[in-house]
Design a binder for this molecule. Sequence first.
Ligand SMILES: Cc1cc2nc3c(=O)[nH]c(=O)nc-3n(C[C@H](O)[C@H](O)[C@H](O)COP(=O)(O)OP(=O)(O)OC[C@H]3O[C@@H](n4cnc5c(N)ncnc54)[C@H](O)[C@@H]3O)c2cc1C
Length: 467
Amino acid sequence: MEKWMQVLTEKIPNQQLISDLAGRYSYSFDASFGEHLPDLVVQAKNREEVVHVLKVANDYHIPVYPRGQGTCLSGGPLPVHGGIVLDLSQWPQEIDVQVEDLTVSVSPSVRTAGINEEAEKHGLMYPPDPSSAHVATIGGNLAENSGGPRGLKYGVTKDYVLGLELVTPEGEIIRTGGQTIKNVTGFDLTKLIVGSEGTLGVITEATLKLVPKPLGKQTMMIEFMNLRTAGAAISHTLTSGILPAKIEMMDQACIAAVENFRPSGLPKDAAAIIIVELDGHPETLKVEIEMLQKIMRKIGATGMTIPTTEKEADDIWFARKQVSPAIAKIKPTKVSEDATVPRSKIPDMMDRLQEIKDKYSLELVVFGHAGDGNLHPNILCDKADAAEMKRVEKAVQEIFEAAVDLGGTLSGEHGIGTMKAPFMEYELGAAGLDMMKRIKESWDPNGIMNPGKIFPEKGQKLVLTDG
Ligand SMILES: Cc1cc2nc3c(=O)[nH]c(=O)nc-3n(C[C@H](O)[C@H](O)[C@H](O)COP(=O)(O)OP(=O)(O)OC[C@H]3O[C@@H](n4cnc5c(N)ncnc54)[C@H](O)[C@@H]3O)c2cc1C
């Protein structure tokens, strides 16, 4: 056994260390591409264990990869240079709601959906709602700055973080922010850590902001005969004085995929649908839904469905949730992107996606949180088909370029990880990227925290095959 492993075992119970091949293999992938075996997996269950792991790793210059539930879509927890995977999912789940402060303190392993469930018991809400909320951990959400459909009205994870406890790469415990809504004491390290993808340390506790739970909600599904009108309907809605909680869009290919997979009564002949959820006081909802109908009629919507029961509304949202599993049936490999553009550029982005789809003869479907410009172009392909994967790689590169050229960004919520690192300079410029690198180097002088992520390595290219 190597010396660093020996030292590590001194303070970590044996049953929390995984060194056999089968065990390590199960930590070699996430929900994206690529497989990388760690040398050791440590299942940390408290901050003292995290401190010990990071001190040993820092002394011996061993890479450490924090990991929640491994649902990352950009390669974030992959141990690309070997070393230690630090599994935080086994840490006891602690959720402590401070009702009068409208805050909640959580341990890193807590499943995100559990926070909202706990808040609702007190008439409160934790708004960030990534689709993976029932599986993913809050630690992963904080590291990726995850968002979900409600991001349109309520923002994303970073908008709800008041304070963090972090173990630094050198094994010190620091606390950032606190319990208060306002806090301008020094640099805002909380915001720096959120979204840093585990490259600056290990988050061991978070204090999150809660909001009052809205008194009611109302869903509406609207049909369009072309995608541009659907895009325009979104901007007309958002400039009308109404701010829906969610506006989700599905194109024709997504509608067809869902109807083939699990028939849900979606309009099969529509070129696109948008699904809106309004929330607020029931009386306000009545007025807003009428306004919305007028807007949609004026812009040329070809059909509208306004559910009158909770069950009917749930069925529509269930159909929306079927998009991912439904399109996964079309072909064995799904390349899921989350390029995001300014809202006014949604129609232009839709045109660019159509051009890319035709140019490379690919199955490309689009759905997503269109209300905040966060589209999910998904390419359905077969990773065993090398020629097709080459076309996919070129198409993905052009999707990134299209988003940035339209004033948007490489990633609205899935993060950079390994998958988008080669394109960082395209968005940030050399000086912008270098400034981020300098921050990283001062936090982590030995470069042990999640190396190989965010920052492109020499000659790194987009590779969409495992290995
Ligand atoms: C079906 C599906 C749907 C999804 N839907 C959404 C969505 O709607 N919105 C969205 O934003 N994302 C979505 N995702 C992506 C993913 O679920 C999120 O990125 C999530 O936050 C990852 O959480 P996790 O616990 O699985 O973290 P992991 O995948 O294990 O890790 C993610 C990153 O966080 C780091 N990390 C984990 N824990 C810590 C910690 N305690 N301290 C420091 N760093 C840490 C890891 O090193 C890694 O870089 C989806 C994924 C899938 C598979």
